[in-house]
Design a protein around this ligand. Structure first.
Ligand code: GLU
Length: 289
């Protein structure tokens, strides 16, 4: 519903162009932003690490088409989250070839951030109060909601109200699995580290549905439209944030400013990734808590 409400507003934005139009971070394909020069962020331990190592380690997903996806043949990453991650890196002064992507599943995100295994995380990571006890979030940079993926020939599950007695799969440590366990007591759950494992379980008949953010599920359905479908409307609100080490306020504010000042960049990134499905949305306002 949120998507629909903002659809009309978003329509006019992409035509405006904006002030982007810089050179690509890699020089290979055209990116709608430039790699910043002489960046300094006072009081950010994470930025100090990035600066002294000359590279940035970004936690991502690798099996979520349209959002964070690694091509097995080429090793190339693509998707909306990947583009957002690269845009932030460019604003910090790091070109594409200075980025090390680290695939990290949902359950391991907080520990990867608190242990310092990554500098920041961009991968369908919902901002929640519980997670904020351990880490900080810049953003939000995207809003979606929990949805359902079923086999194309399934006629019994049309909405979340039909999940009683069904076996539903989601990723360990994710907000959707927590929601099912807390609020759908008659629903059986199956968990894996990743959503692609859930999709395999759905196709083999081991589970009746996969549940996670609708933006993720639409990516799987688009890959196999003859076999899979998304049903119902989003039944939660998931706001995606950039996961950061707790207390690095200087970096959080810097990334929030990049997101806030770069509306035309955001729109171009959206249009070339998730927007290809025809869905129109508007960039959400950041929460500078
Ligand atoms: N956005 C939800 C979460 O952060 C589900 C997607 C995911 O597991 O990455 O838990």
């Amino acid at each position: 519903m949120l998507l629909a409400a903002t659809a009309a507003l978003a329509l006019g934005l992409s035509a405006c162009g904006g002030t982007g139009g810089g050179t690509s971070p890699s020089g290979a394909d055209e990116a709608p932003y430039k790699v910043a020069d002489n960046v300094s962020i006072t009081g950010s331990p994470t930025f100090d690490t990035i600066k002294s190592s000359g590279k940035v380690r970004i936690g991502v997903k690798q099996d979520q088409p349209g959002l964070g996806f690694k091509d097995a043949a080429t090793g190339e990453y693509s998707g909306f989250d990947i583009e957002i991650a690269q845009w932030i890196a460019a604003s910090l002064g790091l070109a594409k070839d200075k980025i090390e992507f680290k695939p990290i599943p949902s359950a391991n995100r907080e520990s990867a951030i608190t242990n310092g295994d990554i500098d920041y995380y961009v991968g369908t990571y919902s901002i929640t109060d519980k997670r904020k006890q351990l880490i900080d979030f810049a953003g939000p940079y995207f809003v979606t909601g929990q949805g359902l993926l079923v086999k194309k020939d399934n006629s019994t599950i049309k909405t979340e109200k039909d999940l009683s007695g069904k076996n539903v799969c989601s990723a360990t440590g994710s907000t959707p699995i927590q929601n099912i366990k807390a609020n759908f007591p008659d629903t059986k759950t199956t968990e894996f580290d990743t959503y692609s494992q859930c999709v395999e379980a759905l196709k083999s008949g081991q589970v009746d549905a996969v549940t996670t953010d609708q933006a993720i599920l639409l990516g799987y359905a688009a890959q196999e439209p003859d076999n899979l479908k998304v049903v119902g409307e989003p039944f939660t609100t998931e706001k995606y944030g950039v996961g950061l080490k707790k207390g690095d306020t200087a970096l959080r504010q810097f990334i929030n400013k990049t997101l806030t000042d770069g509306g035309s960049v955001w729109q171009k990134i959206y249009d070339k990734t998730l927007g290809q499905s025809g869905t129109k949305v508007q960039q959400p306002a950041v929460d500078n808590y």
